[in-house]
Ligand binder design. Sequence first.
Ligand code: SAM
Length: 245
Amino acid sequence: NTTHFGYQTVDKAEKVGKVAEVFHSVAAKYDLMNDLMSMGIHRVWKRHTIACAGARPGNQILDLAGGTGDLTAKFSRIVGEQGKVVLADINDSMLKVGRDKLRDLGIVGNVEYVQANAEALPFADNSFDVVTIAFGLRNVTDKDKALASIYRVLKPGGRLLVLEFSKPTTEGLSKLYDWYSFNLLPTMGKIITNDADSYQYLAESIRMHPDQDTLQSMMEGVGFEEVSYQNLTGGIVALHKGYKF
Ligand code: SAM
């Protein structure tokens, strides 16, 4: 029962290599593909995440797996000059596209860019008021390790928001979505980026990501409290939130 990339059988180093290859390959066209693939809805999901994050002026925020910086840009405006947003990503191509985009938008001064692996965050304990990871956790090999690392760097009272593809709540939507991700998505990827494989990977990584309740248990397992989630767009995406007290 292996996937196109043999995901059940690949070892950790292979998955890390594959994820790096995918994001180096798609970095330049990542924003365009996001808009096309989600028909712009990713912007709504991201706006909702910001609205639920409860960020305040002066806060320290970590936008983990932040890629091309959509959430960072929004947080930067909220936290103001006294606050700070760290955009951290494992992939230097994605970081570079993000940094160039934000600088072009005039977003400078309170944003830092750090190349880091979510599994071993290079920050002191109790550093951040809010950590977000949007469409990033499914790419991480050891998700429990990443969640524990996030918990460590959050301040007491701080919160984690995980925005991620999840399990559609109805059978009909699930079938439609499978057709979309395994047929239309790789075809669009091929036409626009000449890279059907990366988008096949994307579809498979979504299929294999833990469902809503499993992710909630994983967050509770590393110590998060008052963990809850909201289904967005019929569970195609879910927003999980948990606190460190
Ligand atoms: N958060 C952005 C957004 O919502 O548009 C980017 C999401 S993109 C689909 C996933 C990002 O996760 C990529 O930039 C990738 O490099 C990053 N990533 C994958 N594995 C990671 C890891 N172990 N640690 C940190 N970032 C990682």
